[in-house]
Design a protein around this ligand. Sequence first.
Ligand code: FAD
Length: 357
Amino acid sequence: MSSSPSRVLVVGAGLTGSLFACLLRRKLKDRKVHIVVWDKARGAGGRMSTSRPPDPSSHSADLGAQYISATREYARSHRSFYSELLAAGVLRPLDCAVEGLRHKDGSVDYVAPLGMSSVVKHFLLQSGAELFLEHQVSGLYRRGASWEVRSKRGGSHKFDAVLLTIPVPQILQLEGDLPDVLSVEQMELLGGVSYSSRFALALFFPPGADVGVPWAIRYYNNYNNDDNGGKPNVICYAAVEPRKHATEGDAGRGPSLVVHTGAPFGLQHVERDVEEVRPIILQELKRLLPSLPQPIGIKCHKWRYSQVASAVAGCPGHMTLSERPLLVCAGDAFTHSNFDGCLASALSALDAFGEVM
Ligand SMILES: Cc1cc2nc3c(=O)[nH]c(=O)nc-3n(C[C@H](O)[C@H](O)[C@H](O)COP(=O)(O)OP(=O)(O)OC[C@H]3O[C@@H](n4cnc5c(N)ncnc54)[C@H](O)[C@@H]3O)c2cc1C
């Protein structure tokens, strides 16, 4: 083990980072490798985040990913992961009323009754990794056979190998030696990645509140020419929790409602402050669902990097930026934006680590 990495840093406690940490731990078994995960946020989950209600009398709300759809091929090739999550009670088959246009291609759908972040937390727990929240990486510096990783809050730590799972534009903003490490071709490939942007709004209601709609999930079109003269529709998706999980939930807690804006609307407003966009979404919600009761709390979130629109070309799964010391980047930008995309990326990054560990 003397020449093998013994301190591995995973940057990002989203699904890709958590899966990778878990896969690495399972692969290394009892070998003494210290796996550390840093995330800039206050909780794990990344774009699979579950927002706590402002008051415990409401249900939580998934602000990002809503449910997991596995194509037939992925249901087969990733079967062991689905079985693990189903056996642990983290996932259960989606069994609720869905209205509106939805692409159905024979895929199997699953919901996470404890919230989508529980999927990420399951793998983090399995990894045994040491998790540091509110640790934003600001720069990476090559120091002989290690990476010195600096945190925005001050201080730095040395690691023998690093996996970056943060959105690609944020990788390109990191300070330090990355520009010297990246080849011109890699820089161009990473520069070509693009994401859609969206806003998510969650409304939390008191116990006993009736949201007054018959569905658990409702899709709206991105555009509606009849209604607004071809301008992008504000809202493209809405879901009621805990109804989405086909449970009554805790009777002592009120429901929550999440809406997502469409990608065209997100693109149009992405540079605006969340507080400026929130009233526009609320007004549209009032028009679509006039009988909604008064919420006891509202949260609005901007997903600047929502789902990958153009993935890294010709580089499926991961990209090795430096072999010694090892620096790899991975995430849905190297595959596609869903559970199976993150898993495929984590498995591919594991291969890159396998060559040196
Ligand atoms: C609105 C929305 C709806 C979606 N719907 C679905 C769905 O229904 N089903 C589905 O399967 N997928 C869906 N997705 C996509 C899915 O959420 C993503 O593909 C997946 O969560 C990406 O995981 P990741 O780990 O690759 O990246 P992320 O989840 O983005 O994780 C990256 C992590 O890095 C952290 N980070 C960023 N910069 C730094 C830094 N400098 N230092 C330290 N940490 C940093 C972030 O805080 C984040 O936790 C949706 C996404 C969004 C936004």
